[in-house]
Write a protein that binds this ligand. Sequence first.
Ligand code: PLP
Ligand code: COI
Length: 363
Amino acid sequence: MTSQLSFEVRPNPQARSTAERERVLEAPGFGQTFTDHMVSIDFTEGEGWHDARLEPYGPLVLDPATSVFHYAQELFEGLKAYRQANGSIVAFRPYANAARFNASAARMAMPELPEDTFVESLELLVQTDREWVPTTEGHSLYLRPFMIATQAGLGVNYPSKTYRYMVIASPAASYFAGGVKPVSVWLSTEYTRAAPGGTGFAKCGGNYAAAFVAQRQAVAEGCDQVVWLDAVEHRYVEEMGGMNLFFVFGDRLLTPALTGTLLPGITRDSILTFAADLGLTAEEGRLSIEEWQAGCESGELTEVFACGTAAVVTPVGSVKGADRAWTIGDGTPGPVTLKIREELMGIQYGSRPDTHNWVHKIA
Ligand code: PLP
Ligand code: COI
């Protein structure tokens, strides 16, 4: 699909001053402050996508009966713009996000957006707000494309006939305040994130809404994050709240296979692809919590890490469940985890060669 739309550009007359922006960029946190502009494109059944625009960042006015508020017909994406050492600004595999956006859209009975329009919308926002892309090492501009159902009315016989696609952007430091400090995880046997035939593979807000209660339980149990297990037996590991998982057996990596109930992470796919470049083998498969614990106890399972756009590569140090608890290795970040993190960030920030053609120059 090629892009037929041209974007109207409405600059923000109240864009923040250099001093204000620099104050934010000193300690951006994650998803707290947004840049001066946003992108919107509307969709109407029969007419298609129209009114593409870049406009000042600001609130929306929507009828209280708007479908998204009641039936959560919504989806989102997440990717980052990185400032490389040579000064250029790049995105990492944005066409992969465009494809996943459309896979989510199909599952949510929402319209697909041409991939070129998706990428063009990111380019326009990042180019306009380029001063918001942090220069600090390890920081980035987090991009959040999303789509909502905008038809007003409470009927559920038919999906909304109108939608809005938007992109907002937020300067980001590390998702986890501790940087590469290992996280502790809680095995959720009480709650299920996704079941076969459900929406687990789609990046829809409802998956996250249903996860908060388990995340809150994880924190109450003294853990940082929840680990989701399969819906049927509550034994097989699926993923974390916003990250995929990798298990390291010496120089062999194992990650849960894409069964339809977990998100097909782009970081996960990238690691599966570049593992061989680092002399590692990588495979998709299945691991039960019993095998996880036994592997750690025998020493065969040497490291575990989580990966995702926001979390990058984060070691998992310890595991706790209703009836079990154990540590992974000695609880500190392992060498394979650190090597993978360095390779990934090296490609993203430009210090390592981009042999897989993943880096997309924006500015
Ligand atoms: N799993 C879930 C539930 C997520 O929300 C994310 C974050 O996007 C991921 C995995 C990792 O995906 P990606 O590597 O594409 O960011
Ligand atoms: C991401 O890594 O982009 C995510 O979506 C994780 C989370 C903030 C939902």
